[in-house]
Design a protein around this ligand. Structure first.
Ligand code: PLP
Length: 374
């Protein structure tokens, strides 16, 4: 018998969430058509690239980071655009991009120089990134026009097929004023420059008014986390946004104990019983990707009943309070997050992180299975 932990991925939930985002974007009544890049980086936020490509069949494009992963999307049959969010890394990547029709972000002078030095290749779509204040990737406002002009020269030379404009928000999840300031910077710097624009991540896409405020005749949004059924906002559950969890993390109870009051549980004796208490041991730990910093009280569902984590999460196991679930025993089904259990958002709030971290952090030790009912 294999260890009972399993992540079930629901492609139908991926498709539902994409439809919700598209519906929301349409309701924004932006001045131009809005297209969706479904972000599938980090192995589809941990869901598996195959399932993501299948679930997002209705998306206008896919966005990710690694060149081999982009090629894999082509091999899986994806025919629409694919965008490399950090762009390419080495001159040798350029031929692969041209051969597989992979679009690229251009955020540095080094990338422009590599394109200028490349020998003839099929033209590539490029999106020139502005650093509008996040200070991660992109050209500074003062150098953007010159970088854009170099890209347009590459367009005229037949090395590029499209030159777009993009930027990324630092605080779309929690500070609308900062986000508006970044958008103002983008609008000012790119005013009068032709080409498609791409600005909004999940938090911006779902913030009323932001998609409509983006300038330009052709807009591409870049939602990631919300497509997987998790919330981009702390304290606001994804169900309130009509999103469905696309991953359910299951395991089972593999041991139970009845402990008298005053006994301690697990490493560091971080939890002590204050009454006679029954606890269950679950085959799931931080080496599976469950957060080690989840606190006592973090919700977990055992045999369909919501109960709580107790004590410290160890590498391969965690402990749960079985008092609310007297019928639970060895083999009882445990849902750590997802359909029928707590949301991955709740687990992230109980462990001082975000759902992206938990989903993308699920380790190779956990087998993924695509939901056959889907
Ligand atoms: C990851 C990423 C996104 C998607 O972000 P979410 O917050 O998951 O929606 C969008 N754009 C860029 C450049 C990214 O790196």
């Amino acid at each position: 018998m294999s260890r009972p932990i399993l992540a079930v991925v629901h492609p139908r939930a991926l498709a539902h969430n994409l439809a919700q985002v598209s519906k929301h974007v349409a309701s924004e009544k932006a001045r131009a058509a809005v297209h969706v890049w479904a972000v599938v980086k980090a192995n589809g936020y941990g869901h598996g690239l195959d399932a993501a490509v299948r679930g997002f069949a209705a998306a206008d494009g896919l966005a990710l980071l690694e060149v081999p992963e982009a090629v894999r999307c082509r091999e899986l049959g994806w025919q629409r655009p694919i965008l490399l969010l950090e762009g390419f890394f080495k001159p040798g990547d350029i031929d692969v991009l041209a051969r597989y029709h992979i679009s690229t972000v251009v955020h540095s002078h080094a990338q422009l120089a590599m394109l200028e030095a490349a020998s003839a290749h099929a033209p590539i779509a490029a999106h020139v990134m502005l650093n509008s204040g996040m200070h991660r990737l992109g050209f500074q406002p003062g150098e953007y026009a010159a970088a854009f002009a170099r890209a347009q020269a590459l367009l005229a030379a037949g090395k590029l097929s499209v030159v777009g404009k993009m930027t990324h928000f630092a605080r779309a999840d929690d500070d609308l004023a900062v986000t508006r300031a970044q958008l103002d910077c983008f609008a000012r710097v790119t005013a009068g420059l032709p080409g498609p624009v791409s600005v909004c991540n999940s938090a911006a896409v779902l913030s009323p008014g932001l998609v409509a405020a983006v300038p330009g005749d052709e807009q591409w949004v870049r939602p990631g986390i919300c497509l997987y059924g998790a919330s981009p906002y702390v304290g606001r559950d994804a169900t309130a946004l009509n999103l469905r969890p696309a991953m359910t993390l299951h395991s089972e109870i593999i041991s139970t104990h009845v402990l008298p009051a005053g006994e301690a549980i697990g490493y560091g004796y971080a939890f002590r019983t204050d009454h006679d208490m029954r606890v269950g041991i679950v085959a799931c730990g931080y080496a599976d990707g469950y957060p080690r910093h989840a606190i006592t009280g973090t919700p977990v569902t055992v045999a369909g009943v919501r109960t709580r984590l107790v004590g410290r999460v160890s590498m391969d196991m965690l402990s749960v309070d079985l008092d609310p679930v007297p019928l639970a025993d060895i083999g009882s089904r445990v849902i750590l997050w997802g359909e029928g259990g707590p949301s991955v958002d709740e687990i992230s709030w109980s462990s001082s992180t975000i759902a992206n971290d938990l989903l993308a952090g699920l380790t190779h030790r956990v087998p993924r299975r695509v939901d056959v009912a889907d």
